[in-house]
Ligand binder design. Structure first.
Ligand code: ADP
Ligand code: ZN
Length: 437
């Protein structure tokens, strides 16, 4: 494979140099943090009064963790380290788990962020001759403008189509010869489901690649999108607290997401003991931003569960790779005492050819017990009037889930297009159990 690098010197930097650079940037970031009302108190309480109190990367340990709760407490200005007139952009998280949190960027922050996104896009083999349709929500959500600026930085023609409206998306793809798209994996599956209905032939499109992120998805879902849409799918990870997209991304080897360690320090901790896990083990990702002056955020507990690959990547980049995100620690469902992640259910069902492109897990109380129902659509080729293959499929899903994750769900099958599609992040779980139990 012919690898291309946006910033070869940084992307292939020897680890010792990379770590020296991290230390220098961490000190700068601590300097910005000491200018914010939130961190001034927090850091001084931990004995850090000047950036020089950080002498080695190991001194990161002295910095207390920051949580989403802290960000909400500091709302609206507690994390701002610049003068308000230096700020040129505001973004917010999607608010998946509660009140959204806001981030401020200076002009240099926006430029640096666009550079990281460009680096990700370039690593997948795209270049300025590509036509990039950004099929994700614009606005406060960082996925829209983040990818938009990154795409422009690469020099691609960027079509800011936004999410939703598949007919218009197809029209844009056909009219302008779109070669690469960005969307949530659930929207990509939805696009594929709608193609036939819209009378669009795959051969009429020039699509080659898709960037899929903003929500968890399994390797089987990636394969499904790649086979059905005939595109190369690259996993994209980011969060608004760390700018948004551009934090970690797959290169052409598709063997985990390189986290740009000159822009972020990544730690993986055990969420119960708060101690680092052994290299390679799964735990909660903790991130420190090294590339933003207006809103420094140090040791942020993302609640995202992942781990590092420990072997080097054939592409030659020295920045470590994260495993596919299993979900957030707070996505975990406890069903009659068994802990499961929605992504484990997805792994089972998306590997089955008869299963359609959308699913929804519903959890209810049935007397003292929890009852989990897996609702899935079936592929349009499967005839909904013939009950035999449908019953066989139901039984196959139920048995496989029971064997692989020890749950015995009810399975409901629906025709393609039946389940709700969300324009932003997919809602995969409806937990209807009373909250106070
Ligand atoms: P919110 O936290 O309100 O959802 P964000 O829009 O900042 O707001 O979303 C960031 C979160 O989205 C991440 O913390 C992670 O849980 C999820 N996410 C983003 N990219 C991926 C990905 N590639 N795989 C799995 N989860 C992802
Ligand atoms: Zn690589």
């Amino acid at each position: 494979m012919n690898f291309q690098y946006w910033h070869p010197q940084t992307e292939k930097m020897p680890r010792s140099e990379l770590e020296a650079l991290q230390l220098q940037k961490l000190k700068e970031e601590v300097g910005y943090a000491l200018r914010t009302t939130f961190y001034k108190k927090r850091l001084e309480g931990a004995g850090i009064n000047t950036p020089d109190d950080i002498k080695t990367l190991g001194d990161l340990d002295k910095i207390p963790f920051t949580t989403k709760h802290d960000l909400r407490e500091g709302f609206p200005w507690g994390f701002l380290s610049a003068q308000k007139e230096e700020v040129i952009r505001l973004h917010a998280s999607s608010g998946t788990t509660g009140v959204p949190t806001t981030i401020y960027l200076s002009g240099d922050d926006v430029r640096r962020w666009s550079g990281y996104v460009a680096r990700c896009i370039f690593a997948t083999g795209c270049n300025k001759s590509d036509v990039f349709q950004n099929m994700i929500t614009y606005g406060l959500f960082t996925g829209g403008l983040g990818f938009h600026y990154g795409g422009e930085e690469v020099g691609m023609m960027v079509i800011p189509s936004g999410a939703g409206n598949t007919d218009r998306q197809f029209k844009l793809m056909q009219d302008f010869g779109t070669t690469v798209v960005h969307a949530t994996p659930s929207f990509l599956l939805h696009v594929e489901s709608k193609m036939k209905e819209a009378g669009v032939k795959r051969e009429s499109l020039k699509l080659k690649r898709a960037f899929a992120g903003a929500e968890p998805y399994s390797e089987d879902t990636r394969k499904r999108i790649e086979e059905l849409l005939k595109v190369d799918v690259y996993n994209s990870y980011g969060l608004s607290e760390m700018n948004g997209p551009g934090v970690a991304f797959e290169c052409q080897c598709k063997a985990g997401m390189h986290i740009w360690e000159d822009g972020y320090i990544a730690e993986i901790i055990d969420p119960d003991t708060m101690q680092p896990v052994k290299e390679g083990e799964i735990g909660e990702l903790v991130l420190t931003i090294l590339c933003r002056e207006a809103t420094p955020i140090l040791r942020y507990r993302t609640r995202d569960l992942t781990g590092f690959y420990t072997d080097p990547c054939p592409c030659g980049r020295t920045h470590r790779r994260l495993r596919r995100i299993r979900g957030r620690s707070d996505d975990m469902l406890i069903i009659n005492g068994v802990n499961i992640f929605p992504s484990q259910i997805e792994e089972v069902i998306m590997g089955m050819k008869e299963v359609g492109n959308n699913y929804l897990i519903v959890v209810e109380k049935d007397g003292a017990l929890d009852r989990l129902t897996v609702n899935t659509e079936v592929r349009p080729e499967i005839f909904m009037d013939d009950s035999r293959p449908l019953n066989a499929l139901k039984e196959k899903i139920r048995k496989t889930l029971q064997l692989s994750i020890s749950i015995n769900p009810k399975v409901d099958l629906h025709e393609s297009g039946y389940l709700p599609v969300s324009e932003g992040k997919a809602v995969r779980v409806k937990d209807m159990r009373p909250k106070d139990l």
